[in-house]
Ligand binder design. Structure first.
Ligand code: PLP
Length: 399
């Protein structure tokens, strides 16, 4: 079957393919530790599950209003106003199928062929993929370990051209766990205003922060609410990846656009799931705090363990649940190490290049797994690296 030409430029999210490979190995009897998955291993809080079950029994099985049920849009607006620090009215909130929906509509609705979109490298691969899909040009913004996995602002400014239409930022970040500071965001806001850029602010990990880091939404900075689409959702914060619920907070000028795109694609997000999400937001938040506390303990376990392995250097991430160690001292590239860890050590991680060219000498480890499994994985990685021929490691450290 002939597919449309644009299918030749769409990308992918490697995590799904690598997971399939790992599952195939498991089916052949291998004991794989999964550190490739970008989702909390916790259950959705029980109050949200109960609310959705009740909703189903009470007949919430029909279409919802296309922007989302009023109770959820109100709960999101209140929550956003409190946590993100800028006034949000419910009419600016759109409930989508996953945070991915927000991304799709932002790019589909705002980006023309020939436009340029600044995307983080390393970054969530779908920003780049969708940009190419609509015939525009993704321009990678390097996010380097030497710069604390934050954007180098001079470098960012140098990448803006007359064709630049949108800047995507993601803080806390996948895959690095990096967090942009308030000063970073102020400088980015100033740049966006100066060049009349739209900002897609992916804040999906905004509540998974450690060591007292503050979550600053760029939309709360002066002049930014009018040019920022905030992407957030329930997948990560409430361990609700399978519910497929995300939301956009859009400037008043984009209310019509988001509505039209939702009507043309999904009609609405599932009604009973939205009722469960109201409970997730309005109910007790203790399970979320407990999850973040546990993630922090796992972060420290993983970072300390990785830094003890010769040839591996790992920063302590400030948010999300990923570590992004630099591994060139092993003598392997990130892709080689990820492949060999899966095939020879039964540990599944992702190559840094799954997130962009800057990730060549990195792997991404998701620590959304039990401490017991993380400890076992670290032992396996250490044993694998220890067994590498000495000359490979020397060649690597000279790279
Ligand atoms: N944004 C980032 C940075 C992510 O890491 C992910 C999922 O991994 C998403 C958005 C998509 O989230 P959802 O599952 O809600 O579509």
């Amino acid at each position: 079957m002939r597919v449309a030409q644009r299918m030749s430029v769409i990308g992918t999210e490697t995590a799904f393919e690598v997971s399939a490979r790992a599952r195939a190995l498991e089916a052949s009897g291998r004991d794989i530790i999964h550190l490739q998955i970008g989702e909390p291993d916790f259950d959705t809080p029980s109050n949200a599950r109960e609310a959705a079950k009740r909703a189903l029994d009470e007949g919430a099985t029909h279409y919802a209003p296309y922007p989302g049920i009023p109770a959820l849009r109100e709960a999101i607006a209140e929550d956003a106003q409190a946590r993100k620090g800028f006034p949000v009215t419910p009419d600016r909130v759109f409930v989508t199928v996953g945070g991915k929906g927000v991304m799709l509509y932002a790019i589909l609705g705002l980006i023309d062929p020939g436009d340029e979109v600044l995307v983080p490298d390393p970054g969530y691969p779908i920003y780049e993929s969708l940009t190419s899909f609509v015939g525009a040009t993704p321009v990678p913004v390097p996010i380097r370990m030497e710069h604390d996995f934050r954007i180098d602002l001079d470098e960012l400014a140098s990448l803006v051209t007359p064709r630049t239409r949108m800047l995507v930022i993601n803080s806390p970040a996948n895959p690095t766990g990096g967090v942009l500071t308030r000063a970073d965001l102020e400088a980015i806001a100033e740049l966006a205003i100066r060049h009349d850029l739209v900002v897609l602010a992916d804040e999906i990990y905004g509540r998974i922060l450690y060591d007292g880091e503050e979550h600053v939404s760029i939309a709360s900075l002066p002049g930014m609410a009018e040019r920022t689409i905030v992407l957030d959702g329930f997948s990560k914060t409430f361990a609700m990846t399978g519910w497929r619920l995300g939301y956009a907070i859009v400037p008043p000028s984009l209310i019509q656009m988001y509505g039209q795109l939702i009507i043309n694609t999904i009609s609405c997000a599932p009604t009973f799931a939205q009722i469960g999400a109201v409970e997730a937001l309005r109910g007790p938040q203790g399970p979320i705090d407990a999850m973040v506390t546990e993630f922090k303990a796992r972060r420290d376990l993983v970072v300390d363990g990785l830094n003890e392995i010769p040839g591996i250097r790992c920063l302590r991430p400030k948010g999300a649940f990923y570590a992004f160690p630099e591994i060139s001292g092993t003598g392997l590239t990130g892709a080689e190490l990820a492949n060999r860890l899966l095939n020879e050590a039964d540990v599944c991680v992702l190559a840094g290049t799954a997130f962009g060219g800057i990730g060549t000498n990195h792997i991404r480890i998701s620590y959304a797994n039990s401490r017991q499994n993380l400890t076992k994985a670290l032992e396996r990685i250490q044993a694998f690296v220890d067994a590498l021929p000495a000359e490979t490691a020397i060649a690597g450290s000279a790279r």
